[in-house]
Design a protein around this ligand. Structure first.
Ligand code: UT7
Length: 330
């Protein structure tokens, strides 16, 4: 087996819609309150895209920033791996729309459907493309417009989700020891009905019935998903650390999926990482699924909490169920 790291995350760029939906806004239309939402989730507000802002457009803005930060151009891209649970269309992939917007004429482009750990899944694919020699410069994107698949009449899910996009340029490691030290991805499809969109796909194509039953929106058994998330994120932290051959004490920053502050705290506690070394921005974005980790990572970079040599642990859990983790030396 080849020695790691094969690939480094050269940059992170993000795009966040300017529209903000606060807990107070939601309390006016739903039987909920700011107190309940903050206490149970840690969320205070989330960003919501306009009707005109597509996932591909948000991805384009994030990608343009990531390319500039990495000193790369769209023509350098060999592959675009875009993770999303809210694609603009079911056919073709949003990655192909992004390719067209960027003018990335040399890239293969495809979507990954892995829900919230999508960015980690996409990084894993990018690393593999680079390790195999298939690609040299890969654009990894996590982008969502979850507001379009959220049922704003269901208080148990409407309070949770937001929109946004994050992108990274991944390329062969340029400095010895810098890059992706380990990855771990896992799934359990038996639990799909605990968090899913029952209607609107080919199993139950869009119809008047689907729309009337609102089954084209996300449904979630919150408490069950919560328990599974805590267990899976704990396991994923252990696996990524073990595979990287490091201990929790060597981690400079834990960047967990931003779904619920209580899940983040439980994950940090299990991993033995103090909250002072945990990135949290769920209060301002809510759960943005595959965009969640790059949004948090970019903020950590901007604040100087991650810099050259930093060891970062990313971990996420979501619909599928899917979960995953990675250790990166910056
Ligand atoms: O990103 C993918 C992974 N997703 C997640 O990780 C989400 C995981 N789940 C969660 O974060 C939490 O389960 C929720 C935030 C969704 C819910 O919190 P909870 O503490 O698990 O509440 P619950 O579902 O057990 O509901 C407790 C009570 C219920 O009332 P009763 O039955 O006790 O009378 C709900 O009807 O809270 C009620 N409730 C609400 N009350 C006010 C549910 N949603 C709301 C609401 N406002 N928005």
């Amino acid at each position: 087996m080849m020695e790691r790291p094969f690939a480094e995350v050269a940059s992170v760029g993000v795009a966040v819609p300017s529209g903000i939906l606060t807990n107070a806004d939601l309390s006016r239309v739903l039987d909920t309150s700011d107190e309940w939402i903050v206490e149970r989730t840690g969320i205070r507000e989330r960003h919501i895209a306009t009707a005109e802002q597509s996932v591909a457009m948000l991805s384009h803005d994030a990608a343009t920033r990531a390319l500039a930060a990495a000193g790369a151009s769209a023509a350098d891209l060999d592959a675009i791996v875009l993770a999303t649970a809210s694609p603009d269309r079911l056919l073709p992939s949003t990655a192909c729309d992004l390719q067209a917007l960027l003018g990335a004429e040399n890239a293969a482009a495809f979507d990954i459907g892995a829900a919230c750990p999508g960015y980690i899944y996409a990084l894993t694919v990018a690393e593999g493309l680079i390790a195999s020699g298939q690609s040299r410069t890969v654009l990894v994107v996590g982008a969502e417009k979850l507001s379009t698949i959220t049922d704003f009449e269901d208080r148990s899910t409407a309070i949770l989700f937001g929109d946004g996009a994050g992108a990274s340029v991944v390329r062969p490691s340029t400095v010895p020891g810098r890059g992706i030290l380990s990855t771990y991805i896992k799934s359990d499809g038996r639990l799909a009905p605990l968090l899913y969109r029952p209607g609107g796909g080919s199993a139950d194509p869009i119809s008047e019935k689907v729309v009337c039953e609102r089954s084209h929106y996300m449904k979630m058994a919150g408490r069950e998903v919560f328990k599974a998330a805590v267990l899976a994120m704990a396991e994923a932290c252990d696996q990524a650390l073990r595979r990287a051959g490091i201990t929790a004490g060597q981690v400079d920053l834990l960047v967990p999926h931003q779904a619920n502050l209580r899940i983040i705290e439980a994950t940090a506690k299990h991993a033995g990482i103090p909250m002072s070394k945990v990135m949290v921005n769920v209060d301002r974005y809510g759960n943005t699924s595959s965009a969640s980790i790059p949004l948090a990572l970019e903020e950590a970079l901007a604040e100087g909490r991650v810099g050259p040599g930093s060891v970062v642990l990313l971990v996420a859990f979501g619909a599928g169920f899917t979960w995953g983790s990675t250790v990166i030396r910056w």
